[in-house]
Design a protein around this ligand. Sequence first.
Ligand SMILES: Cc1cc2nc3c(=O)[nH]c(=O)nc-3n(C[C@H](O)[C@H](O)[C@H](O)COP(=O)(O)OP(=O)(O)OC[C@H]3O[C@@H](n4cnc5c(N)ncnc54)[C@H](O)[C@@H]3O)c2cc1C
Length: 280
Amino acid sequence: MSLASLSYLNIGGVAKVVCYPLHVEDLSNILNFCFCFNVPVLVLGNASNTLLSDAGWSGVVISLKHFLTKITVENDSIEILGDIRLEKLLAIASKNNIAGFEFLTAIPGVVMASINGNAGAEKCSISDLLMEYKYMDIQGCSHSVSKKDILCSYRKGPLQTFGIIYSACLKGEMSQKDLIQKSVKEKWEYRRNRQPISERSLGCVFKNATDYCAGQLIEHAGLKKKSVGDVAVSDIHANFFVNNGRGKSIDFLNLIEEVRYCVQNKFGVFLELEIKKVGD
Ligand SMILES: Cc1cc2nc3c(=O)[nH]c(=O)nc-3n(C[C@H](O)[C@H](O)[C@H](O)COP(=O)(O)OP(=O)(O)OC[C@H]3O[C@@H](n4cnc5c(N)ncnc54)[C@H](O)[C@@H]3O)c2cc1C
């Protein structure tokens, strides 16, 4: 199966095996099998933060896309088993008058992957909402972790080693639907004007730091629209690289290196990757 078809960026080689577990037991069995036979495992959400290699993946890819989801709302908390898009999480929160999730507006990932990468915006991160999560380790054993033991940092989720998060409880605060919807609408508007949200990208390629904003450094180095093959620095937001059609992972990687080189030369700053690179 082509990994490009699983990828938001539409880039990636071939995966030999893609598994879609339906239940917790399936997930455990797949992981246990891979562990016993030494098969490398790659877990993907919507692959909107992951650059998949042109060489593909010779191990097993696991996707929770068809996992049977169960969503329970209790007061200001939302418990999810399986995985759903952040967009759906926001809609559930808004329908139930729960505020605090709005910063996730227009981020095209799924919830469990976003917990893994501690996705965030506007100084908020999904870990701020996280009360509890469950994950399966590399051998297929389940673990439950509650708030007091959850440690996350900027774009770094709670897992210290390989694991697949398959359940989470997130807590916001009670508010009014119209206020929540107004805030979501404003955030959509903001993003639409400042980010290439209708194009194929991975969001911000490089991390920001307290003393610089990666997009501004790239822009001030004159690199907007710079391209390698069909991958280009967006002219809307310089920290976004877009696939203009037939882009390859190697083009993306070469563009990363060119941008890094120019920014380091001009400003003496080495840009650290925010996206993840995976594949053979
Ligand atoms: C237009 C646009 C705007 C964006 N804006 C933002 C933003 O404001 N803030 C932000 O943080 N990000 C942003 N992103 C990047 C991306 O959407 C987020 O990081 C999102 O949380 C990634 O979710 P995903 O489902 O695509 O994850 P994937 O890319 O599929 O996975 C991310 C990582 O998590 C791992 N993973 C996947 N599923 C699981 C699981 N169940 N358990 C454990 N690990 C798992 C993967 O192996 C990978 O290492 C943006 C992207 C785009 C295209």
